[in-house]
Design a protein around this ligand. Structure first.
Ligand code: SAH
Ligand code: AVI
Length: 325
Protein backbone atom coordinates (compact mmCIF):
# COMPACT_ATOMS: atom_id res chain seq x y z
CA UNK A 1 0.00 0.00 0.00
CA UNK A 2 1.38 3.36 -0.99
CA UNK A 3 1.82 5.97 1.73
CA UNK A 4 -0.34 8.97 1.05
CA UNK A 5 0.64 11.92 3.16
CA UNK A 6 -1.89 14.45 1.95
CA UNK A 7 -3.92 16.27 4.58
CA UNK A 8 -7.41 15.20 3.70
CA UNK A 9 -9.88 13.26 5.74
CA UNK A 10 -10.08 10.46 3.16
CA UNK A 11 -6.32 10.08 3.02
CA UNK A 12 -6.09 10.05 6.78
CA UNK A 13 -8.73 7.36 7.11
CA UNK A 14 -6.82 5.35 4.54
CA UNK A 15 -3.55 5.82 6.40
CA UNK A 16 -4.89 5.06 9.86
CA UNK A 17 -6.20 1.80 8.52
CA UNK A 18 -2.89 1.19 6.81
CA UNK A 19 -1.33 -1.54 8.92
CA UNK A 20 1.87 -1.18 6.97
CA UNK A 21 2.54 2.38 8.11
CA UNK A 22 1.68 1.51 11.69
CA UNK A 23 3.95 -1.55 11.56
CA UNK A 24 6.80 0.50 10.07
CA UNK A 25 6.47 3.25 12.68
CA UNK A 26 6.10 0.73 15.48
CA UNK A 27 9.24 -1.15 14.40
CA UNK A 28 11.21 2.07 13.94
CA UNK A 29 10.24 3.45 17.35
CA UNK A 30 11.02 0.22 19.19
CA UNK A 31 14.56 -0.17 17.78
CA UNK A 32 17.48 0.62 20.13
CA UNK A 33 18.26 3.64 17.91
CA UNK A 34 14.78 4.95 17.13
CA UNK A 35 14.54 5.64 13.42
CA UNK A 36 11.87 6.43 10.81
CA UNK A 37 12.16 6.71 7.02
CA UNK A 38 12.43 10.26 5.64
CA UNK A 39 9.41 9.73 3.37
CA UNK A 40 7.36 10.71 6.45
CA UNK A 41 8.58 14.32 6.20
CA UNK A 42 6.56 14.82 3.09
CA UNK A 43 2.96 15.80 3.59
CA UNK A 44 1.89 19.06 1.90
CA UNK A 45 3.63 21.18 4.54
CA UNK A 46 6.77 19.01 4.41
CA UNK A 47 6.97 19.39 0.64
CA UNK A 48 6.54 23.16 0.97
CA UNK A 49 9.22 23.32 3.68
CA UNK A 50 11.59 21.37 1.42
CA UNK A 51 10.96 23.93 -1.34
CA UNK A 52 11.88 26.65 1.16
CA UNK A 53 15.08 24.76 2.01
CA UNK A 54 16.08 24.73 -1.67
CA UNK A 55 16.11 28.55 -1.63
CA UNK A 56 18.23 28.92 1.54
CA UNK A 57 21.68 30.47 1.11
CA UNK A 58 23.30 27.52 2.93
CA UNK A 59 21.57 24.81 0.86
CA UNK A 60 23.85 24.70 -2.20
CA UNK A 61 22.67 21.37 -3.80
CA UNK A 62 19.55 22.59 -5.61
CA UNK A 63 21.03 25.66 -7.27
CA UNK A 64 24.23 23.81 -8.16
CA UNK A 65 22.30 20.94 -9.74
CA UNK A 66 20.14 23.40 -11.65
CA UNK A 67 23.27 25.08 -13.08
CA UNK A 68 24.59 21.68 -14.17
CA UNK A 69 21.29 20.76 -15.83
CA UNK A 70 21.13 24.10 -17.64
CA UNK A 71 24.59 23.71 -19.07
CA UNK A 72 24.37 20.00 -19.92
CA UNK A 73 20.82 19.10 -20.95
CA UNK A 74 20.75 21.03 -24.26
CA UNK A 75 23.80 18.99 -25.32
CA UNK A 76 22.87 15.62 -23.73
CA UNK A 77 19.22 15.28 -24.68
CA UNK A 78 18.89 15.74 -28.48
CA UNK A 79 21.03 12.70 -29.47
CA UNK A 80 19.11 10.49 -26.99
CA UNK A 81 15.79 11.17 -28.72
CA UNK A 82 13.97 10.82 -25.37
CA UNK A 83 10.15 10.76 -25.67
CA UNK A 84 9.27 10.02 -22.02
CA UNK A 85 10.64 11.46 -18.79
CA UNK A 86 9.99 9.35 -15.69
CA UNK A 87 11.07 11.14 -12.51
CA UNK A 88 11.50 9.55 -9.09
CA UNK A 89 10.69 11.81 -6.11
CA UNK A 90 9.74 14.65 -8.45
CA UNK A 91 8.52 17.16 -5.82
CA UNK A 92 7.86 20.53 -7.47
CA UNK A 93 9.69 19.42 -10.66
CA UNK A 94 11.31 22.87 -10.82
CA UNK A 95 14.55 21.51 -12.27
CA UNK A 96 12.76 18.90 -14.38
CA UNK A 97 11.61 21.74 -16.61
CA UNK A 98 15.20 22.11 -17.79
CA UNK A 99 15.08 18.48 -19.02
CA UNK A 100 11.60 18.89 -20.52
CA UNK A 101 12.71 22.05 -22.32
CA UNK A 102 15.64 20.18 -23.86
CA UNK A 103 13.28 17.35 -24.91
CA UNK A 104 10.79 19.85 -26.33
CA UNK A 105 13.52 21.65 -28.28
CA UNK A 106 13.93 18.39 -30.24
CA UNK A 107 10.12 18.16 -30.63
CA UNK A 108 10.06 14.91 -28.66
CA UNK A 109 8.50 15.66 -25.25
CA UNK A 110 5.48 13.29 -25.23
CA UNK A 111 5.00 11.96 -21.71
CA UNK A 112 6.10 13.01 -18.22
CA UNK A 113 5.58 10.61 -15.29
CA UNK A 114 6.43 12.29 -11.98
CA UNK A 115 6.44 9.79 -9.10
CA UNK A 116 6.15 10.93 -5.48
CA UNK A 117 4.62 10.04 -2.08
CA UNK A 118 3.38 13.57 -1.44
CA UNK A 119 -0.03 13.21 -3.10
CA UNK A 120 -1.52 16.70 -3.08
CA UNK A 121 1.79 18.39 -3.84
CA UNK A 122 2.30 15.97 -6.73
CA UNK A 123 -1.10 16.74 -8.24
CA UNK A 124 -0.35 20.48 -7.99
CA UNK A 125 2.96 19.91 -9.76
CA UNK A 126 1.19 17.91 -12.49
CA UNK A 127 -1.48 20.60 -12.96
CA UNK A 128 1.15 23.33 -13.34
CA UNK A 129 3.12 21.30 -15.88
CA UNK A 130 0.02 20.57 -17.97
CA UNK A 131 -0.50 24.35 -18.28
CA UNK A 132 3.15 25.09 -18.99
CA UNK A 133 3.64 22.29 -21.52
CA UNK A 134 0.54 22.01 -23.72
CA UNK A 135 0.80 18.82 -25.76
CA UNK A 136 2.80 17.02 -23.07
CA UNK A 137 0.91 14.15 -21.44
CA UNK A 138 1.49 14.32 -17.67
CA UNK A 139 0.66 11.14 -15.73
CA UNK A 140 1.62 11.47 -12.06
CA UNK A 141 2.02 8.32 -9.97
CA UNK A 142 1.67 8.30 -6.18
CA UNK A 143 4.08 5.59 -5.12
CA UNK A 144 6.71 4.72 -2.55
CA UNK A 145 9.88 4.33 -4.61
CA UNK A 146 11.50 2.36 -1.79
CA UNK A 147 9.01 -0.38 -2.68
CA UNK A 148 8.01 -0.04 -6.31
CA UNK A 149 8.28 1.94 -9.52
CA UNK A 150 4.69 2.49 -10.51
CA UNK A 151 4.79 3.06 -14.26
CA UNK A 152 2.11 3.33 -16.93
CA UNK A 153 1.75 0.11 -18.94
CA UNK A 154 2.86 1.79 -22.13
CA UNK A 155 5.67 4.32 -22.38
CA UNK A 156 6.80 6.02 -25.59
CA UNK A 157 10.49 5.09 -25.82
CA UNK A 158 13.26 5.95 -25.37
CA UNK A 159 12.70 6.84 -21.72
CA UNK A 160 14.89 8.95 -19.45
CA UNK A 161 14.59 7.92 -15.81
CA UNK A 162 15.65 10.88 -13.66
CA UNK A 163 16.40 10.88 -9.95
CA UNK A 164 17.46 14.40 -9.02
CA UNK A 165 18.29 16.31 -5.86
CA UNK A 166 20.59 13.63 -4.37
CA UNK A 167 17.51 11.88 -2.96
CA UNK A 168 19.43 8.62 -3.55
CA UNK A 169 21.50 9.74 -0.53
CA UNK A 170 18.46 9.39 1.71
CA UNK A 171 18.56 5.60 1.27
CA UNK A 172 20.93 3.21 3.02
CA UNK A 173 23.19 1.55 0.42
CA UNK A 174 21.28 -1.80 0.28
CA UNK A 175 17.98 0.05 -0.24
CA UNK A 176 19.63 2.39 -2.76
CA UNK A 177 20.88 -0.62 -4.73
CA UNK A 178 17.42 -2.25 -4.71
CA UNK A 179 15.90 1.02 -5.93
CA UNK A 180 18.48 1.41 -8.72
CA UNK A 181 17.95 -2.25 -9.58
CA UNK A 182 14.24 -1.55 -10.14
CA UNK A 183 15.18 1.30 -12.49
CA UNK A 184 17.60 -1.01 -14.31
CA UNK A 185 14.89 -3.68 -14.65
CA UNK A 186 12.49 -1.14 -16.18
CA UNK A 187 15.03 0.05 -18.77
CA UNK A 188 14.80 -1.01 -22.43
CA UNK A 189 17.59 -0.60 -25.00
CA UNK A 190 18.07 3.12 -25.69
CA UNK A 191 16.73 4.23 -22.29
CA UNK A 192 18.97 6.19 -19.93
CA UNK A 193 19.19 7.00 -16.23
CA UNK A 194 20.12 10.47 -14.95
CA UNK A 195 20.91 10.99 -11.28
CA UNK A 196 22.03 13.93 -9.14
CA UNK A 197 24.41 13.31 -6.23
CA UNK A 198 25.77 15.58 -3.54
CA UNK A 199 29.55 15.22 -3.31
CA UNK A 200 31.93 14.78 -0.36
CA UNK A 201 33.46 18.09 0.65
CA UNK A 202 34.31 20.24 3.67
CA UNK A 203 32.33 19.09 6.71
CA UNK A 204 31.60 22.70 7.66
CA UNK A 205 30.01 23.38 4.27
CA UNK A 206 27.83 20.25 4.45
CA UNK A 207 26.80 20.76 8.08
CA UNK A 208 25.83 24.40 7.39
CA UNK A 209 23.43 23.18 4.68
CA UNK A 210 21.54 21.12 7.27
CA UNK A 211 21.67 23.71 10.08
CA UNK A 212 20.43 26.84 8.36
CA UNK A 213 20.28 30.07 10.30
CA UNK A 214 16.58 30.63 9.65
CA UNK A 215 15.63 27.29 11.20
CA UNK A 216 13.75 26.01 8.14
CA UNK A 217 15.53 22.64 8.23
CA UNK A 218 14.63 22.34 11.92
CA UNK A 219 10.95 22.94 11.04
CA UNK A 220 11.20 20.39 8.24
CA UNK A 221 12.67 17.86 10.68
CA UNK A 222 9.95 18.49 13.28
CA UNK A 223 7.32 18.15 10.56
CA UNK A 224 7.74 14.39 10.77
CA UNK A 225 6.19 14.49 14.24
CA UNK A 226 3.31 16.58 12.88
CA UNK A 227 2.76 13.96 10.18
CA UNK A 228 2.68 11.18 12.79
CA UNK A 229 0.28 13.16 14.97
CA UNK A 230 -2.01 13.79 12.04
CA UNK A 231 -1.81 10.46 10.26
CA UNK A 232 -1.66 8.09 13.21
CA UNK A 233 -3.31 10.21 15.92
CA UNK A 234 -0.02 10.22 17.83
CA UNK A 235 0.49 12.77 20.60
CA UNK A 236 4.07 13.97 20.07
CA UNK A 237 4.68 17.30 21.80
CA UNK A 238 6.71 19.26 19.26
CA UNK A 239 8.13 21.43 22.05
CA UNK A 240 9.68 18.30 23.56
CA UNK A 241 12.08 17.74 20.65
CA UNK A 242 14.81 19.70 18.89
CA UNK A 243 16.65 19.45 15.59
CA UNK A 244 20.17 18.03 15.36
CA UNK A 245 22.16 17.45 12.16
CA UNK A 246 25.79 16.35 11.98
CA UNK A 247 28.22 14.79 9.51
CA UNK A 248 29.22 11.19 10.16
CA UNK A 249 32.61 10.98 8.39
CA UNK A 250 33.05 7.18 8.33
CA UNK A 251 29.84 6.55 6.39
CA UNK A 252 30.14 9.93 4.59
CA UNK A 253 26.67 11.06 5.53
CA UNK A 254 24.66 13.73 7.27
CA UNK A 255 22.41 12.33 9.98
CA UNK A 256 19.33 14.25 11.05
CA UNK A 257 17.87 13.47 14.44
CA UNK A 258 15.15 14.79 16.71
CA UNK A 259 16.45 15.01 20.27
CA UNK A 260 14.08 14.61 23.22
CA UNK A 261 14.67 17.67 25.43
CA UNK A 262 13.08 15.87 28.42
CA UNK A 263 11.99 12.37 29.36
CA UNK A 264 8.59 11.72 27.84
CA UNK A 265 6.11 9.11 26.69
CA UNK A 266 4.25 9.21 23.40
CA UNK A 267 0.98 7.42 22.66
CA UNK A 268 0.14 6.12 19.22
CA UNK A 269 -3.11 4.14 18.91
CA UNK A 270 -2.39 0.51 18.02
CA UNK A 271 1.13 0.48 19.51
CA UNK A 272 2.70 0.18 22.91
CA UNK A 273 3.55 3.58 24.47
CA UNK A 274 6.90 4.92 23.23
CA UNK A 275 9.31 6.17 25.89
CA UNK A 276 12.05 8.73 25.25
CA UNK A 277 14.77 9.37 27.81
CA UNK A 278 16.04 12.95 28.05
CA UNK A 279 18.63 13.39 25.28
CA UNK A 280 17.51 10.26 23.41
CA UNK A 281 17.24 10.73 19.65
CA UNK A 282 15.01 9.65 16.81
CA UNK A 283 16.98 9.43 13.54
CA UNK A 284 14.80 10.89 10.80
CA UNK A 285 17.14 11.01 7.82
CA UNK A 286 20.52 10.09 6.45
CA UNK A 287 21.90 12.01 3.49
CA UNK A 288 24.85 10.13 2.02
CA UNK A 289 27.52 12.10 0.19
CA UNK A 290 29.27 10.50 -2.75
CA UNK A 291 32.23 10.51 -5.08
CA UNK A 292 32.58 8.92 -8.50
CA UNK A 293 33.81 5.61 -7.07
CA UNK A 294 30.95 5.26 -4.58
CA UNK A 295 28.41 5.96 -7.35
CA UNK A 296 30.16 3.48 -9.67
CA UNK A 297 29.90 0.89 -6.89
CA UNK A 298 26.17 1.50 -6.36
CA UNK A 299 25.58 1.38 -10.11
CA UNK A 300 27.59 -1.82 -10.58
CA UNK A 301 25.66 -3.54 -7.78
CA UNK A 302 22.43 -2.61 -9.55
CA UNK A 303 23.55 -3.72 -13.04
CA UNK A 304 24.26 -0.19 -14.29
CA UNK A 305 27.41 1.50 -15.54
CA UNK A 306 28.36 5.15 -15.51
CA UNK A 307 28.14 6.64 -18.98
CA UNK A 308 28.97 10.28 -18.20
CA UNK A 309 29.81 12.30 -15.08
CA UNK A 310 29.61 16.10 -14.80
CA UNK A 311 30.42 18.30 -11.82
CA UNK A 312 30.36 22.04 -11.19
CA UNK A 313 33.72 23.87 -11.04
CA UNK A 314 33.77 23.71 -7.21
CA UNK A 315 32.92 19.95 -7.23
CA UNK A 316 29.95 20.43 -4.92
CA UNK A 317 27.49 18.27 -6.85
CA UNK A 318 27.49 15.79 -9.73
CA UNK A 319 25.10 14.71 -12.44
CA UNK A 320 25.68 11.21 -13.70
CA UNK A 321 24.12 9.26 -16.54
CA UNK A 322 23.85 5.50 -16.46
CA UNK A 323 22.97 2.71 -18.85
CA UNK A 324 22.58 -1.04 -18.36
CA UNK A 325 26.01 -2.60 -17.72
N1 SAH B 1 13.43 16.02 -6.96
C1 SAH B 1 13.15 17.25 -6.24
C2 SAH B 1 12.60 16.99 -4.82
C3 SAH B 1 13.59 16.38 -3.87
S1 SAH B 1 12.89 16.26 -2.24
C4 SAH B 1 14.39 18.09 -6.19
O1 SAH B 1 15.43 17.63 -6.63
O2 SAH B 1 14.32 19.22 -5.69
C5 SAH B 1 12.57 14.51 -2.20
C6 SAH B 1 11.27 14.20 -2.92
O3 SAH B 1 11.14 12.77 -2.93
C7 SAH B 1 10.04 14.75 -2.21
O4 SAH B 1 9.17 15.30 -3.16
C8 SAH B 1 9.44 13.54 -1.52
O5 SAH B 1 8.04 13.63 -1.38
C9 SAH B 1 9.86 12.41 -2.42
N2 SAH B 1 10.06 11.15 -1.71
C10 SAH B 1 10.79 10.93 -0.60
N3 SAH B 1 10.77 9.62 -0.27
C11 SAH B 1 10.01 9.02 -1.21
C12 SAH B 1 9.61 7.66 -1.41
N4 SAH B 1 9.97 6.69 -0.59
N5 SAH B 1 8.83 7.39 -2.49
C13 SAH B 1 8.44 8.38 -3.35
N6 SAH B 1 8.79 9.67 -3.20
C14 SAH B 1 9.57 9.98 -2.14
C1 AVI C 1 15.60 15.34 -0.48
N1 AVI C 1 16.91 15.19 0.11
C2 AVI C 1 17.93 14.89 -0.89
C3 AVI C 1 17.31 16.31 0.98
C4 AVI C 1 18.76 16.09 1.48
O1 AVI C 1 19.54 17.06 1.40
O2 AVI C 1 19.09 14.99 1.92
C5 AVI C 1 16.37 16.46 2.17
C6 AVI C 1 16.84 17.46 3.17
N2 AVI C 1 16.99 17.21 4.45
C7 AVI C 1 17.40 18.31 5.05
N3 AVI C 1 17.55 19.27 4.16
C8 AVI C 1 17.18 18.77 2.96
Amino acid sequence: MTPNLAHTRADRAERVQNPRMLAEVSAGLSAPQKELPPKYFYDQRGSELFEEITRLPEYYPTRTERGLLESWMPELMPPLGTRTLVELGAGSAEKSRVILDAMRAGGLAELYVPIDVSATFLSQTAARLRCEYPGLLVEPAIADISEELRLPRWLPRPVLYAFLGSTIGNFYPPAAIRLLGRVRAAMAPGDRFLMGVDLRKSVARIEAAYNDRQGVTAEFNLNMLRVLNHELDADFDLHGFEHRAFYEPVAHRIEMHLVATRAQQVRIPGMAPVRFAKGETLRTEISCKHDRDSVAELFASAGLRIEAWRTDPASLFALVTGAPA
